[in-house]
Every structure is written in structure tokens, then in C-alpha cells.
Ligand binder design. Structure first.
Ligand code: HEC
Ligand code: HEC
Length: 247
């Protein structure tokens, strides 16, 4: 009997990574599984979370958050100083938030306000927002078109694509595609963020912040902290570059 985690490692939820010979691959995985049972258990948990989320993938375009985009637009003037009038920022360390799913935006604004996520520039902004402001702003930014950018370094595409689409079974790194989707658009219902077109410098900082535990907004599941702490510096550089080019 093979459990779900075996098949996830084989890339069943990633058609691009389907092995030709499932039997051989499963044997390999089982040997490796015995070597690192503890790591595998954590990995299986992450994969199970991904599957639950995929099951609720929405088909509709309407916002999952009940907010007023017009009121959000009026409130967004202060935000535009850093995030740009179009929701896409000029500084590579200030995230693009145009087109981001509203549910995720609300979760992050709350995380900044409650201190689960901290940043000298952003925390003070979130402190000024009521729950209603957050809903309105989230719905407004969700309606704006996401940025389209090129990869930061084309030489890193192969390394990044392999990790993004297939993960790394040996290191226990789940494939990013399972939660963030093949083009990085995320899963709005599950509040898995869109990553496409995000500045590489910002993405690299977030992965490093998860890895060090500085960013804890993934909460009790620790989804991103567990993944990021297994990424090497080279992995992070390659993934951040690749994500910037996703459209
Ligand atoms: C002074 C600059 C500044 C202003 C003004 C500002 N932000 Fe930010 N914002 C940032 C920075 C910097 C980050 C990234 C923090 C980090 O590195 O974790 C951020 C992060 C965010 C994020 C998280 C994005 C993600 O992908 O996780 C959201 C959402 C956000 N800001 C919304 C807003 C809204 C809404 C406003 C207006 C009420 C606003 N910001 C005003 C600087 C700013
Ligand atoms: C099991 C689901 C899952 C998998 C697999 C996953 N992520 Fe995530 N990711 C999340 C969730 C959930 C969040 C939001 C957590 C939070 O609120 O801080 C997130 C957040 C992020 C962020 C922060 C985005 C932002 O705008 O600040 C980045 C960057 C990221 N993930 C990259 C990756 C990469 C790269 C991989 C693959 C190596 C990956 N993720 C695999 C679920 C996942």
C-alpha cells in the first residue's frame, strides 16, 4: 500500500513531473522514506493541506471577500505612495499587490496589525485600518491587473522550474505548483497567494523571512516556514527570479 505522500513525491499532482516507471520510482521513494521518516511526515502533512485546498478551488471570478471596491479605492491613496497607483510598486522590496486575492490581502493586513508579520513600513500602515477598511482595500486591489515582468536571471530558469513544478523529494520540499498553481496565480479560496510577476527581491526576502522564522503569518500550519527552511540560498535566488517572470 502506498500512501498519498508517495504519489505526491512522484508528482501525481504535477503532470509535468509524472515518472515513466511508477513502480521503480515508488521503490526508490520507500527506501528514502525509511531514511528520513520524520521529515517525510511533515512533508506529507504539507501535501495533505495542498490537496484539501485544491478541492475547494473556485471557478468564479467574483471576490470571495465582501467589501466595497469604491470605498477601497478612496482609502488606497496612502497605499499608493509605496505600492504604486496601479498596485504595482517601483521599489523591488515593496510588493506588487495588484490582482492579489482579496482573502489573502485581508489575512496579511490582519497579520501586520496583530504582529504575526512585522515590517517597519507596513506595520504602522495596518495599525490605522479598521476591519472594514481591510475588506474594502482588499477587494479594490484584487480588481487591478497584476504586473507582468520578465525573469530576473534566465540562467536560473531550469533549476527553478524543476523545484517549482516538481519539488525536491530528497529534501522534503513540496512542489510550489501544488498550492501556487502552474503560473503562480495561487488559490484564492484557500488564501494561497498569487506570486506571478512579483519582484524577485521581495520574494527572496519573504522566503528568507519564513526560513528564519521572522515571518509567521502562515500560522499554526507553518506551511511556508517548513518549506523555506529547506531551501538553499541558491534555490531561493533561482525561485525568486523565476516567479518574477510567471504570467
Ligand atoms: C511606506 C510604504 C508602505 C505603505 C504606505 C504601504 N505599504 Fe504595504 N507594504 C510595504 C512593504 C515594505 C511591504 C512588505 C513587508 C515585508 O517585507 O514583509 C508591504 C506589504 C504589504 C502587503 C502584503 C503583500 C504580500 O504579498 O504579502 C499588503 C497586502 C499591503 N502591504 C497592503 C497595503 C495597503 C492596503 C496599504 C495602504 C493602506 C499599504 N500597504 C501601505 C510598504 C508600504
Ligand atoms: C501546501 C501549500 C504551499 C506550498 C506547497 C507552497 N506554498 Fe508558498 N505559500 C502558501 C501559503 C498558505 C502562503 C501564505 C502564508 C502566509 O500567510 O504567510 C504562501 C506564501 C508564499 C510566499 C509569500 C508571498 C507574498 O506575497 O508575500 C512566497 C514567496 C511563497 N509562498 C513561495 C513558495 C515557493 C517558492 C514554494 C515552493 C518551493 C511554495 N511557496 C510552496 C502555501 C504553499
Amino acid at each position: 500500500m502506498y500512501n498519498f505522500a508517495d504519489f505526491t513525491i512522484l508528482g501525481v499532482n504535477n503532470p509535468a513531473a509524472q515518472p515513466k516507471n511508477i513502480k521503480t520510482a515508488v521503490t526508490e521513494v520507500t527506501v528514502q522514506q525509511q531514511r528520513s521518516k520524520y521529515m517525510k511526515m511533515k512533508f506529507a502533512r504539507i501535501c495533505a493541506i495542498a490537496v484539501v485546498a485544491l478541492a475547494v478551488l473556485p471557478a468564479q471570478a467574483a471576490s470571495l471577500v465582501d467589501g466595497d471596491a469604491e470605498a477601497g479605492k478612496a482609502k488606497s491613496i496612502t497605499c499608493s505612495a509605496c505600492h504604486g497607483a496601479s498596485g504595482n510598486s517601483i521599489s523591488p522590496l515593496w510588493p506588487n499587490i495588484a490582482g492579489q486575492s482579496a482573502k489573502y490581502i485581508v489575512a496579511q493586513l490582519k497579520a501586520f496589525k496583530t504582529g504575526k508579520r512585522t515590517n517597519p513600513l507596513m506595520t504602522s500602515q495596518a495599525m490605522l485600518l479598521s476591519d472594514e477598511d481591510m475588506l474594502n482595500l482588499a477587494v479594490f486591489f484584487e480588481t487591478l491587473p497584476a504586473a507582468a515582468q520578465a525573469v530576473a536571471d534566465p540562467a536560473l530558469i531550469n533549476r527553478a522550474e524543476a523545484l517549482f513544478r516538481g519539488g525536491n523529494a530528497e529534501e522534503g520540499i513540496a512542489a510550489c505548483i501544488a498550492c501556487h498553481g502552474p503560473t503562480g496565480r495561487g488559490n484564492p479560496a484557500a488564501a494561497y497567494p498569487a506570486l506571478n510577476g512579483q519582484h524577485a527581491a521581495y520574494t527572496a526576502k519573504q522566503l528568507n523571512d519564513y526560513a528564519s522564522g521572522a515571518r509567521k503569518s502562515d500560522g499554526a500550519t507553518r506551511i511556508m516556514r517548513q518549506i523555506a527552511e529547506r531551501l538553499s540560498a541558491d534555490d531561493i535566488e533561482a525561485l525568486a527570479s523565476y516567479i518574477q517572470g510567471l504570467k
